[in-house]
Design a protein around this ligand. Structure first.
Ligand code: SF4
Length: 96
């Protein structure tokens, strides 16, 4: 679950867009439906991802794969923890 932070997700989306289209994105926009009594759309806009952003994405993926190769689980809390099936057992027992 290394691509669960909004920043990492944006980097992943940018990379996949470039891969599929063969060109750089003009920018990124995340639209969220806010379900209140009067629903509204929330917009978050980001500049195109830089080479540095993509290098950091692949460095995080490399570090994750290196941990897997060593058979090592590394605690990486994030937004997905609330929905994680390991949250109350396996994750609670992790000590490094
Ligand atoms: S609860 Fe633990 S195992 Fe689950 S996503 Fe979060 S850090 Fe990872």
């Amino acid at each position: 679950m290394i691509l669960r932070s909004p920043h990492a997700l944006n980097r992943g989306r940018s990379y996949l867009y470039r891969l599929a289209s063969g060109r750089d994105e003009g920018g990124l926009e995340i639209r969220s439906l806010i379900k209140t009594k009067t629903p509204k759309l929330d917009f978050h806009r980001y500049e195109p991802r830089s080479r540095r952003h993509l290098r950091r994405l692949f460095a995080a993926i490399r570090a994750y794969l290196d941990d897997l190769d060593r058979g090592q689980y590394v605690f990486r809390p994030g937004m997905g923890c609330n929905m994680c099936e390991f949250r109350d057992d396996h994750c609670q027992h992790w000590l490094g």
